[in-house]
Design a protein around this ligand. Structure first.
Ligand SMILES: NC(=O)C1=CN([C@@H]2O[C@H](COP(=O)(O)OP(=O)(O)OC[C@H]3O[C@@H](n4cnc5c(N)ncnc54)[C@H](OP(=O)(O)O)[C@@H]3O)[C@@H](O)[C@H]2O)C=CC1
Ligand SMILES: CC(=O)N[C@@H](CCC(=O)OP(=O)(O)O)C(=O)O
Length: 339
C-alpha cells in the first residue's frame, strides 16, 4: 500500500482528494492537515465523508508528515507550496502539487505572474502533470505540477492538433467557462450566492494567469511561440468547466483530420472521450467524473475549427488528475480509485 498525505485537506480540492484516496484500493491515507481545523475530524468539516474517513486534521510538521507518507498532495493556495515542497523532498516524499508553483519550466514566466520563486531549481525539474500527454516523464517524477483547470481543457484539445499540423498556430481564441467552486472554499464577494447565482460574466479579460501556462505548453508542442486569446467566464454552476476554442484549419486540413489526430492521440486514454460528429460536450456529463469530453465542429465558409472541451474543474481539473498522476508515478492502473 502507498501511504499518502494531503496538505490542505479541508479546501474543495483537498476534500475531493480525501474522498477518493480514502477508498483507493492501493492507498492508505495516513495524514491530513489543516490550520483552521486542527484537531477536528474531517467528517465534521465535510459530513459527507463520515463512515468513509475517520482521520482528524493535524497541523503540518515536515518531519512527522514525512515519517508517515510516501506521496504528498499539496492542495494549497499558490505561493505556499514552494516553501514546503523542498522539505518534503528532503524527507524522501514524492509530491503532486495542485497549485501553480511547479507548473512552469520557465520560472521567469511564473515570477511575472505570481511572485519570486523560492525553489526555482525544483520547479525547472518538475514535470507538468498533464497525464495523457506526459505519462513517460510523470512515471519517474519526484514533483508533479498538476495543471490548472482551464489549461487542462485547452491543452488536451489543442496539443494533438498543433503537433499534427491540423490547425494554424495563430489566431486561437478560447472562450472558457467555470463553475464557482473553481474559486475555492474561501469566502469572497464574487462567489457569494447572491452575486454568482444568476450572474454570467467574463473576468480577468486583460490577462489571466492561466494564459502563460497554456502558452508555454502550446509553444513547446508547436516548436515556436504560440499566443492565445483566453477569456474566462464565471457561470452560475457549482462545478464544471467548458472551453469553446476557435481556431483556423491549416491549408488542406479538415474537421475529419482533426478528429483522426485526436482519436489517435487518445486511443488508449480512458479519461479523454472524443464525442461523435455533431455531439457537443456538456458539463453535466462530466460532473463528478475524471473525464474530459472533446467535441468538434467546423465552418467550411471561414475554414474555422471549433473545439469544445468539458471537465469537472475539481476532478480532471484538479484532484482527479492529481490521483491519476499518483497512479502513474506509482506504476498503478491509471484508473485506480477514479471509477
Ligand atoms: N478549485 C478548483 O477548481 C481548482 C483549484 N486548483 C488549485 O488547487 C489549490 C487548492 O485549491 P482549493 O482547494 O480550491 O482551495 P481552497 O481555498 O478551497 O482550500 C485551500 C486549502 O489550503 C489551506 N490553506 C489556505 N491558506 C493556507 C496557508 N497560507 N498555509 C497553509 N495552508 C493554507 C486551507 O486550510 P486551512 O486554512 O485550514 O489551513 C485549505 O485546506 C489551489 O492552488 C488552487 O488554485 C487547481 C485547479 C482547480
Ligand atoms: C472560477 C475561478 O475563480 N477560477 C480560478 C481558476 C481555478 C484555479 O483554482 O486555478 P488553478 O487551476 O491555477 O489552480 C481563477 O480564475 O482564478
Amino acid at each position: 500500500m502507498i501511504k499518502a498525505g494531503i496538505i490542505g485537506a479541508t479546501g474543495y480540492t483537498g476534500a475531493e482528494l480525501v474522498r477518493m484516496l480514502s477508498v483507493h484500493p492501493d492507498v492508505e491515507l495516513t495524514v491530513i492537515t489543516s490550520r483552521q481545523y486542527e484537531g477536528t475530524p474531517i467528517s465534521d468539516v465535510y459530513p459527507a465523508l463520515s463512515e468513509r474517513c475517520e482521520l482528524v486534521c493535524e497541523a503540518f510538521d515536515t518531519k512527522t508528515f514525512c515519517d508517515r507518507v510516501d506521496i504528498a498532495f499539496t492542495a494549497l493556495p499558490h505561493k505556499i507550496p514552494m516553501d514546503i515542497v523542498p522539505g518534503l523532498l528532503e524527507g524522501g516524499v514524492r509530491v503532486v502539487d495542485l497549485s501553480a508553483d511547479f507548473r512552469f519550466r520557465n520560472v521567469g514566466q511564473y515570477e511575472d505572474w505570481y511572485q519570486p520563486h523560492t525553489a526555482p531549481e525544483i520547479s525547472e525539474q518538475a514535470v507538468y502533470g498533464l497525464c495523457e500527454l506526459n505519462r513517460d516523464e510523470i512515471r519517474t517524477a519526484r514533483v508533479v505540477g498538476n495543471p490548472g483547470c482551464y489549461p487542462t481543457t485547452i491543452l488536451l484539445a489543442l496539443v494533438p492538433l498543433l503537433k499534427a499540423g491540423i490547425i494554424k498556430a495563430d489566431g486561437i481564441i478560447s472562450d472558457s467557462k467555470s463553475g464557482v467552486s473553481g474559486a475555492g472554499r474561501g469566502l469572497s464577494l464574487g462567489s457569494h450566492f447572491c452575486e454568482a447565482n444568476e450572474s454570467f460574466k467574463a473576468y480577468k479579460v486583460d490577462g489571466h494567469r492561466h494564459r502563460p501556462e497554456i502558452e508555454e505548453v502550446l509553444s513547446a508542442a508547436h516548436g515556436a511561440d504560440v499566443e492565445i486569446t483566453f477569456i474566462p467566464h464565471l457561470i452560475p454552476a457549482t462545478r464544471g468547466m467548458l472551453s469553446t476554442i476557435y481556431c483556423t484549419l491549416a491549408d488542406g486540413k479538415t474537421e475529419e483530420d482533426a478528429r483522426k489526430a485526436l482519436a489517435e492521440t487518445y486511443d488508449s486514454s480512458h479519461f479523454v472521450r472524443l464525442r461523435e460528429k455533431g455531439a457537443v460536450p456538456d458539463i453535466l456529463h462530466v460532473q463528478h467524473t475524471n473525464f474530459c469530453d472533446i467535441g468538434l465542429a467546423s465552418d467550411p465558409r471561414s475554414g474555422r475549427l471549433v473545439v469544445m472541451s468539458a471537465i469537472d474543474n475539481l476532478l480532471k481539473g484538479a484532484s482527479g488528475q492529481a490521483v491519476q498522476n499518483m497512479n502513474i508515478m506509482a506504476g498503478l492502473d491509471e484508473k485506480a480509485g477514479l471509477y
